[in-house]
Design a protein around this ligand. Structure first.
Ligand SMILES: Nc1ncnc2c1ncn2[C@@H]1O[C@H](COP(=O)(O)OP(=O)(O)OP(=O)(O)O)[C@@H](O)[C@H]1O
Ligand SMILES: [Mg+2]
Length: 157
């Protein structure tokens, strides 16, 4: 199976999913987050941070700088492409060094990657369902992420 569907009833559920996932992440992993304003992307990244032993309070959307780096068990590179106007801005920050580098990379508004979207990644799509409900769909794109999803499923079963 390459897809996992999880219903989040409240903010803490989304944080917990990130934390659970983070335990299985390794250097070079890439997570692409999709979803509207307020869907819970940054909330999910706070959960990831917690799982990587980074203070979640340090995680905020890097809206003006395109990327924040946090030091943890492994480095976490947090991109946010909300304000991206042209795709060359991504290239201009040397994104590939971080994306395919020594840490875990997570990207909010990954839709805006366009042609630079990494071929292999874990896709996390968050959708509003009522006020506090979210449907979170985690999809493996590539062999590494199929394996990762299997691990996550084992633990949740
Ligand atoms: N089940 C839920 N999961 C995640 N967030 C939730 C949930 N229910 C309510 N919320 C609230 O929704 C908001 C999500 O905000 P967050 O900044 O994480 O969204 P975002 O997708 O990063 O938005 P943006 O596109 O502006 O970056 C928070 O205020 C959070 O408290
Ligand atoms: Mg955000």
């Amino acid at each position: 199976m390459t897809t996992l569907r999880i219903k989040s009833e409240k903010q803490q559920d989304t944080i917990d999913l990130g934390t659970r996932l983070a335990r299985h992440l390794k250097r070079g992993d890439i997570l692409c987050l999709l979803g509207d304003l307020g869907a819970g992307k940054t909330t999910f990244v706070k959960g990831l941070a917690k799982g990587l032993r980074i203070n979640p309070a340090k995680v905020n959307s890097p809206t003006f700088v395109l990327m924040n780096a946090y030091k943890g068990k492994v480095p976490l590179y947090h991109f946010d492409f909300y304000r991206l106007e042209e795709i060359h801005e991504i290239a201009s920050i040397g994104y590939d060094e971080f994306l395919y580098g020594d840490g875990v990379a997570v990207v909010e508004w990954a839709e805006r990657f366009g042609t630079l979207m990494p071929k292999e990644h874990l896709e996390v799509a968050l959708k509003h369902q009522g006020d506090n409900g979210r449907m979170i769909k985690v999809k493996a794109k590539g062999e590494r992420y199929v394996k990762l999803l299997e691990k996550i499923k084992e633990k949740s079963g």
